[in-house]
Design a protein around this ligand. Sequence first.
Ligand SMILES: Cc1cc2nc3c(=O)[nH]c(=O)nc-3n(C[C@H](O)[C@H](O)[C@H](O)COP(=O)(O)O)c2cc1C
Length: 346
Amino acid sequence: MALYPFIRPLIFRLDAERAHLLTIGLLGLRTGTAFTPEPGWTPTLETSVAGLRFPNPIGLAAGFDKDARVFGPMLNLGFGFVEVGTVTPRPQEGNPKPRLFRLEEDRAVINRMGFNNEGQAAAGKRLEWRCGKGIVGVNIGANKDSADRIADYVAGVRAMSPVARYITINISSPNTPGLRQLQDEEALRALLSAIEEARPADGPPIFLKVAPDLGEDEPEQIVRVAMEHKIDAIIVANTTVSRPPLKSRFAREQGGLSGAPLKPLALKALRDFRAASGGKLPLIGVGGIATADDAWERIRAGASLVQLYSAMVYEGPGIARRIAAGLVERLKREGFANIAEAVGTE
Ligand SMILES: Cc1cc2nc3c(=O)[nH]c(=O)nc-3n(C[C@H](O)[C@H](O)[C@H](O)COP(=O)(O)O)c2cc1C
């Protein structure tokens, strides 16, 4: 029986950031437990992307486990992979509180956390100690007060390559002023060529995470530059700065919006990237995914993998297993032997 519907009202009595810290604390109590070999392994959902074998395609998106404290328990809950971070070279506080808001009526979240994190060295140590298998990627960013943002990403690639199964270059957070300008063609070229030079020959694959708020030509430009510089996959997308109609009293809070209202935007962005890449560059679909139907739609639209965060706040930690079960059913119903066959078939 699912317990979360009973626990949720208690958690929702706390403000959103306290609730998050409590959840991380409780999950962390389980860090010492031994991992079962591959808790999320589902034969028909197993898939390979960028040379990595994923036990299922449902990942935990960046921002939940910023400091790499609970990736073990999250894998044990059935996620096929976990992306920790964003971590920056130096620790930083992030923005003043309150900076995290639950928009309950909208099944959404607004956050302007601003890369609060303990820094790459601290996360690196926790990742080094990890035992067992499981795909844990590391999402990296630049410090807010950095004089040279490209140097911060290069430092991140060097520091995290030894402990990450993949690295995500996050240039799409709306909460570090100016960061998203790194998506502009010339800036992106400068960034990705520096990263290409810095990445170790035997290092992990490198993914690029983009915003859902792009201009018409940008997906095509980004795909071209990414492929020129050997990026292994693109994650579409981060939170939006746009405000579709919302009911909650927090609708006007500044920051990035995620959850249900982001779904149509993120799906459109994914389709744009699929059209621009013609299936030559793996895509990871994120934004408003809450059900197996949502995940299936994203996979049919071209996502090799999916990730989620906000829906877990509303549906609880059993969500990965529920979506996996739903996907297995759909594969059977539609006559596919494996999830990889369904990618881009819409
Ligand atoms: C509280 C919160 C913090 C987040 N922090 C990060 C972050 O540090 N780095 C990042 O790349 N994305 C971050 N995200 C964005 C998510 O990874 C994801 O792209 C976005 O929330 C859309 O997915 P969802 O609708 O399933 O939440 C954050 C999202 C939320 C709700």
